[in-house]
Design a protein around this ligand. Structure first.
Ligand code: HEC
Ligand code: HEC
Length: 263
């Protein structure tokens, strides 16, 4: 007999618990759900709505790689880009856009964006007379990559990669945010917008003086240098925490030096 009473009592308690959660502060309501605009079919509107926040207005000057780069569009194909846009890139800030993946775009809209990138920004002439590497590659050798880095990259990024004329490319926090593919794309296409030369040594249409006597990087060299960069990843980026006692002590030293100079 007791049991018959216990079950409804339990149900009532759980119903109360669920109802209770529903009014918890901060819980999104139906009205807060993002509206998925499946009817927009204009490339520029779709680009501005979904991509420009990271890849930049008109595909450049964003935090993520420029996508209006004709060399990138000569090397990456539409099937690859469609896959990246639909599924996103795991463990990075590139989100999935496909509806089934929880994203906001229909397959048709993704196709409009991808076709539009080629229609507006590609220029196959940039790749003529060059033996193009493939956009994705095998895992390379760390030791060979170290020597490729010394020859092709150290003049700007420092012999050990931790900064020179250009910034560090072995910083663990940077490496934690990007995939090996992003590193590979950077080595192949450079950063058109930031002066980093592409695999053939060209930056902004001119052969970089730092790469003047060097032949274009081969597919193998690209995989190797990516393996060397990736070998600097650490399990817990940002750790150990800086030792504040030494920071304070050296700040004190600086201060007393400045004061000594001032006197
Ligand atoms: C929240 C920021 C963000 C948004 C929004 C975003 N991306 Fe990305 N995207 C990234 C990042 C970061 C990467 C590099 C991921 C990695 O490390 O591989 C990336 C990578 C890519 C790549 C692969 C580049 C390569 O190395 O081959 C493509 C293609 C791409 N995005 C297209 C798009 C398109 C098209 C849109 C809009 C529909 C879009 N992205 C929106 C951040 C974003
Ligand atoms: C002529 C100088 C120069 C050379 C040579 C050079 N880089 Fe760079 N690289 C840059 C500049 C400039 C940037 C932009 C960021 C900065 O200023 O640090 C950059 C950025 C990068 C990035 C970050 C890209 C991103 O968007 O996340 C990577 C990775 C990189 N370089 C790797 C390499 C590798 C590997 C080589 C050799 C194959 C190389 N670089 C050769 C100048 C150079």
């Amino acid at each position: 007999m007791r049991r018959q009473w216990t079950i409804p009592a339990l149900l009532a308690t759980s119903a109360l618990t669920f109802a209770g959660c529903d009014w918890m502060p901060g819980k999104p309501t139906e009205a807060d759900k993002p509206v998925i605009q499946t009817t927009i079919t204009n490339f520029h509107v779709l680009w501005t709505t979904h991509c420009s926040g990271c890849h930049g207005a008109d595909g450049r000057w964003g935090a993520a790689r420029p996508l209006n780069d004709p060399m990138y569009l000569a090397i990456a194909d539409q099937e690859y880009v469609t896959r990246v846009v639909t599924d996103g890139v795991g463990h990075t800030l590139m989100p999935p856009f496909g509806l089934p993946q929880g994203g906001p775009m229909t397959d048709e809209q993704i196709k409009i964006v991808v076709d539009g990138m080629w229609e507006h920004w590609s220029n196959p002439a940039v790749a003529s007379n060059l033996k193009l590497p493939s956009i994705s590659g095998d895992t390379g050798s760390v030791s060979r990559g170290k020597s490729v880095f010394g020859t092709y990259c150290g003049s700007c990024h420092g012999d050990q990669g931790n900064g020179g004329l250009a910034g560090s490319v072995v910083d663990p926090s940077y490496l934690a945010l990007v995939s090996d593919q992003a590193l590979r794309s950077a080595v192949i296409c450079g950063r058109l917008d930031l002066g980093m030369p592409n695999f053939a040594g060209y930056a902004g249409g001119h052969k970089s003086s730092k790469r003047a006597d060097l032949s274009p990087l081969t597919d193998r060299q690209i995989s190797d240098v990516v393996a060397w960069l990736a070998s600097h990843r650490v399990e817990f980026p940002g750790q150990p925490y800086p030792d504040t006692t030494t920071i304070e002590a050296s700040a004190d030293d600086d201060r007393s030096e400045t004061m000594a100079q001032a006197e």
